[in-house]
Design a protein around this ligand. Structure first.
Ligand SMILES: [Zn+2]
Length: 496
């Protein structure tokens, strides 16, 4: 039995785990888009034995198939023979922090410099990769924020956070704005010292996907594998603009906001609160739709209690579904980005937008650690990958677009989804409006130069669903894509 060193054997161009800095920001390979759909290599069922028999198609990590739409027969098998009893934190390489059961050791505390590194226990043997953890479990744990159980001690979570949250929502309406903002700044004061997820964008899940793909390519003995590019027409990134309408003032400023968006050629979705905060007249809904914008549901009454008790949630979710039906809305976002993914099966929406890549500046901390859409059961999650206008203006006290530009740079590196929340409610302020127009100006130029796909959230939902049905086939030495919407899809190659 020969244990191979995956770094030295398979990874000549990128230095892999030995590299001490910058790895997280660069990823391990840069997928090359082959827009001409030129010939790829034939399906390789690489075998380690000398008998010459071709091994049968093997089960491949489902998460890789889902994310890349890569032909499974091309990849080596990933195994995880043993797991630890308890989940905990560990590293995979110098900068990817993982959470789950791992046979090579976990830590209940997140002290980054002391975390055990699972990459030392990776073995490639023949056409199989052996990992000390289950890759799909780790990816699910990050996307579903399961790590929060150990990141925030239970007592603190219940006594402080919950206490503050309840008291805050109880008196919120009675408080002058300056006190509200003061309390929010106190609540968020630790945002810069939070070790995980990574600020200002976390894409650990996307780096792990790349790493697992690289390992299964190493195991199969291939340097290059075709996959279905993430966005239609070969666009390098996708961009969505969304507007949450928090108050009656916001509703009344929505027309103006549409004027501003239109001036920059931007189409956006409006998330509207159906109960308590303001009336939702039919003309308002019609205007949003007739001008080419999208209408979605934002919570039920935005009182911060949507996910507090299961029974009350079921009552509210039923009404939320009814409003979705009445307004023919396919998208949802909870108030204050609250979420409870275990309960999403109750919703009848097609997509949700209540998770952030990193949520240091959201009332509920955490983050799904990805800049790509992913399915939670039948619902597609379109994560928020940039900071909200409110957070930048009122928590960070900034009115420049520097943070947004920094976040876009990072998302660009991963070819991910660029998503924004900007509120009509704050447009009364000249400072907020100026900041938004600077952003639109910047986005317009970026879209024109880089051919970023600017879409409505509903269009992204349809695309990602279509893509999840597409498959790659080889025909006469060329790869082609079949499935709904395949005309706009492009063959790409991941290359080691
Ligand atoms: Zn809101």
């Amino acid at each position: 039995m020969i244990v191979l060193d995956i770094v030295s054997v398979c990874d000549s161009r990128v230095s892999g785990f030995g590299e001490s800095s910058g790895l997280q920001r660069r990823g391990l390979f840069r997928p090359k888009l082959d827009a001409t759909q030129s010939a790829g290599r034939g399906p390789v069922l690489h075998s380690d034995c000398s008998c010459g028999k071709v091994k049968p198609r093997h089960p491949v990590l489902q998460t890789l198939l889902d994310h890349y739409r890569v032909p499974g027969a091309q990849l080596g098998r990933i195994q995880f023979p043993k797991l630890s009893d308890q989940p905990g934190f560990f590293r995979f390489g110098p900068s990817s922090i993982c959470y789950g059961q791992c046979a090579s050791g976990v830590s209940k505390k997140l002290r980054i410099s002391e975390l055990p590194d699972a990459s030392a226990s990776v073995r490639v043997q023949g056409t199989e990769v052996f990992l000390p953890f289950d890759p799909a479990q780790v990816i699910d744990n990050l996307r579903h924020e399961q790590y929060m159980t150990d990141l925030v001690p239970g007592a603190e979570r219940i006594a402080t956070r919950e206490g503050i949250r309840k008291a805050y929502y109880f008196v919120r309406a009675l408080l002058p704005v300056w006190i509200r903002r003061y309390l929010q700044r106190v609540y968020f004061r630790d945002w810069q010292t939070r070790p995980f997820p990574a600020w200002p964008v976390d894409y650990t899940v996307d780096i792990l996907h790349e790493e697992f793909l690289r390992l299964s390519m190493c195991a199969a003995g291939i340097q290059r594998v075709p996959f279905i590019w993430f966005w239609p027409d070969g666009a390098p990134n996708c961009l969505i603009m969304t507007h949450d309408v928090e108050t009656r003032a916001g509703r009344d400023l929505s027309s103006q906001l549409m004027n501003i968006d239109e001036a920059y050629g931007v189409r956006a979705s409006f998330q509207v609160i159906p109960e308590n905060r303001y009336e939702v007249p039919e003309e308002y809904v019609n205007e949003i739709r007739s001008r080419g914008f999208e209408f979605n549901i934002h919570d039920l009454n935005h009182d911060g209690n949507l996910y507090q008790k299961r029974e009350e949630f079921l009552r509210r979710a039923k009404k939320i579904n009814e409003y979705g039906d009445r307004y023919k809305a396919r998208g949802f976002r909870a108030g204050a980005m609250y979420r409870k993914l275990d309960w999403y099966d109750v919703y009848e929406f097609s997509y949700d937008m209540s998770l952030a890549s990193v949520a240091h500046l959201e009332p509920k901390r955490g983050g799904c650690c990805t800049v790509f859409p992913f399915f939670v059961g039948k619902i597609l999650e379109l994560p928020l990958t940039t900071s909200q206008d409110y957070s930048i203006l009122h928590i960070l006290g900034d009115s420049s677009i520097e943070l947004w530009k920094e976040q876009l740079d990072l998302i660009r590196q991963k070819n991910g989804l660029m998503s924004f929340i900007v509120h009509p409610d704050y447009l009364k302020s000249r400072r907020a409006r100026k900041m938004y127009e600077m952003l639109l100006n910047f986005l317009r130029e970026m879209i024109n130069i880089e051919k970023v796909w600017m879409a409505l959230p509903g269009e992204v939902d349809r695309w990602w669903r279509d893509r999840s049905q597409m498959e790659l086939f080889q025909n006469g030495g060329r790869w082609r894509i079949e499935g709904p919407g395949a005309k706009r899809a492009r063959v790409a190659f991941a290359t080691i």
